[in-house]
Ligand binder design. Structure first.
Ligand SMILES: Cc1ncc(COP(=O)(O)O)c(C=O)c1O
Length: 322
């Protein structure tokens, strides 16, 4: 049971999200496999970001912000859900986006800059500013410039970090862990900006459940950010759990060609989940995480284990494959 903290909150999603077994794949893989359906949050096409947004938008309303700015990739699932939440609350929303931001070198084969999440952003009334592909730092600088531009117009602006990664976002996942009504040996999900991984890792700390994050960004140093996020989360909960780098499993084996680009393994994993269990995954996050799960099961890494795959959503991006 999670310690409950009274943070400002807007109710957006339906919880608990479903948790159910995957019998065909369990038989096939020789593990006891379940799925946690955060693709079915009932808010803005679902996905893990709805949990974080309840707190981020709670803060926005509590502080009286009239404008929210953020940045991300053009097919961002976070931006789709944030845009929708802002529309519902009457908050102006502007995002600066790149088709394919990168850390070192651009990869080939990013998602299209039309359809998918961008179509939904348009229906949600979002103002989207597409800039040329460049490094993440350039994208974040553009977000700051956008914030300054809006402040100069006299607006009360909340700049939300990429992917909504914040202590409140991590808290939302710490809290979500208590929705698991079954005890698992391992919980596996996609990991990127970090609050999902941090919140779940923090929640299971000291228990027999292990959280395994499958990286969607080829950046091992992200773990240092997770440690810092866990420290900030600990200040919220007051539980004095001190997490170190060794507490985080950030598995970089299944990133494929790079952030924001589908891998062969993720496309195969989407086929497997759809054809065996009627569950659709996405090409950038959950497909890669499920690819990891399948490989780990096939290699015997998960033998005899009770495994939960945490489906973090993202399916609109299926309709923006190149
Ligand atoms: C579908 C999906 N799954 C997983 C993630 C990763 O979550 P986090 O940013 O909390 O690491 C994202 C983030 O963009 C996402 O859109």
């Amino acid at each position: 049971m999670a310690t409950t903290v009274a943070l400002p909150k807007q109710n957006l999603i339906i919880t608990p999200t479903p948790l159910h077994p995957l019998p065909r794949l369990s038989d096939e893989l020789g593990i006891d496999l379940w799925i946690k359906r955060d693709d079915l949050t009932g808010f803005a096409f679902g996905g893990n970001k709805g949990r974080k947004l309840e707190y981020l938008l709670g803060e926005a309303v509590a502080r009286g912000y009239d404008t929210i700015v953020t940045c991300g990739s053009a097919q961002s699932n976070f931006i789709r859900q944030l845009a929708t939440g802002c529309a519902m609350l009457g908050i102006r929303f502007i995002a600066v986006v790149m088709q394919l931001p990168y850390e070192f070198e651009p990869a080939d084969g990013g998602m299209r800059t039309e359809g998918g999440n961008l179509l939904l952003d348009e229906f949600a009334g979002a103002e989207m500013r597409l800039i040329p592909n460049d490094k993440w730092d350039v994208l974040m600088a553009a977000s700051r410039a956008l914030r300054d531009e809006q402040v100069a117009l006299g607006r009360n602006v909340f700049e939300i970090p990429i992917g909504g990664s914040s202590p409140q976002g991590a808290y939302a996942f710490y809290e979500a862990a208590s929705e698991l009504t079954e005890k698992f040996d391992i919980v596996i999900s996609a990991s990127s900006s970090g609050s999902t991984q941090t919140g779940l890792t923090y929640a299971f700390h000291g228990s027999s459940t292990r959280y395994h994050g499958v990286a969607c960004d080829p950046e091992p140093e992200m773990v240092l950010e997770f440690v810092e996020l866990a420290r900030q989360l600990d200040q919220i909960t007051g539980l004095s759990r001190q997490l170190t780098v060794d507490d985080f499993t950030y598995d970089l084996r299944f990133v494929g060609p790079g952030y924001g680009v589908a891998s062969e393994g993720s496309l195969d994993a989407i086929r497997v989940a759809a054809q065996r269990e009627g569950v659709f995954l996405d090409p950038i996050y959950t497909g890669k995480a499920f690819h990891g799960l399948l490989e780990m099961a096939r290699s015997g890494e998960l033998a005899g284990k009770k495994v939960c795959f945490w489906h973090t959503g993202g399916t609109p991006a299926l309709f923006a494959l190149p």
